[in-house]
Design a protein. Structure first.
Length: 310
């Protein structure tokens, strides 16, 4: 059983999921605090050993860590900061340096949006940290996710996640284009997907996303178009920072933007396929389900969680 004092900072869904997973693993006394305007007000939080940063973006993590009353100044020496956001690679590396200079340890655990995970309610985390920290935190990581992969030092977890997210978007677009093209030649969407999955063009999108969500018209994957757009912006920005040619990334980025037949940020990301599949008669799809918005994870009440001050 894990025997470490853990504090979850922020209210992003990944934090709620981590809290629930830790409770299921029998970990007691996990603290959870909000961080309005980047400020952590709970004094008991500063007695933890591990800080799970459940925040939306790297800039928020930066405020919590480096502000005048920031975590790096107030946490016990040798604490471990685990960044659970979909982060900015360059900023994450800067924060890792500052964290280590302050006498603490840095680990980023970026979510890999694997379609198989989405289908099975699993969670894969891509880890960026030094080997020693990964080894010390392996039991905690085992508790909060289904599987994790150490891909390198600080920044590498976020970089690998952005690479995966870019290909996810690209495969959604290219697979929809391929299905629309084959339909014009008389091939039904399902037959086209079956054919793709027998050949070299298959991907997780053709094997999981299309049969489970796109062809049946289900919009409950739990991933919004806005999340994917945000990750594409981060990926494109990082490519620019590296002075790499954008290649197809620019085209993929532009095809995920409004206004032309493009879903709103709050819509399920599988609506991105609509512009190519809108001409395919509904009767050629599997039975379509009633459209629903992506479900929001049930939030835990911060005040209901144990806090040593009360």
């Amino acid at each position: 059983m894990l025997s470490m004092k853990i504090c979850v900072i922020g209210d992003a869904p990944i934090g709620t999921r981590a809290i629930q997973a830790l409770a299921h693993a029998g970990v007691e006394g996990v603290m959870a605090v909000a961080a309005p305007e980047g400020q952590v007000a709970s004094h008991s939080c500063f007695r933890a050993e591990v800080y799970l940063m459940a925040l939306a973006k790297s800039q928020q993590v930066q405020k919590v860590l480096t502000g005048k009353q920031g975590l790096l100044r107030r946490a016990p020496p040798g604490s471990t900061v685990i960044d659970l956001c979909s982060g900015d690679v360059t900023l994450s590396r800067e924060l890792a340096v500052q964290t280590r200079l302050a006498g603490h340890h840095w680990l980023e655990a970026a979510t890999s949006r694997n379609p198989a995970d989405e289908a099975n309610d699993s969670l894969t985390l891509l880890i960026g940290s030094d080997e020693a920290t990964v080894t010390r935190m392996s039991a905690l990581l085992d508790a909060i996710c289904t599987q994790h992969l150490h891909v390198g030092d600080a920044g590498c977890g976020h970089a690998a996640a952005l690479a995966s997210d870019y290909l996810h978007a690209a495969h959604l677009i290219t697979t929809a284009e391929a299905v629309a093209m084959a339909y014009r030649a008389g091939v039904t969407p399902q037959a086209c997907i079956d054919a793709i999955n027998l050949g070299a063009g298959r991907s997780a999108v053709s094997e999981v996303n299309f049969p489970r969500w796109v062809l049946p018209g289900r919009y409950d994957s739990g991933i919004s178009t806005g999340q994917l757009r945000r990750d594409l912006r981060l990926a494109r920005s990082f490519v620019t920072t590296l002075n790499l040619p954008e290649g197809l990334m620019k085209a993929v980025f532009e095809r995920c933007q409004p206004p032309e037949l493009c879903p709103a940020d709050e819509d399920d990301l599988h609506h991105l396929c609509d512009r190519w599949l809108s001409k395919v008669p509904a009767q050629l799809h599997p039975p379509r389900l009633t459209e629903t918005r992506a479900p929001k994870p049930q939030a835990l009440a911060i005040s209901a969680l144990p806090d040593a001050d009360h």
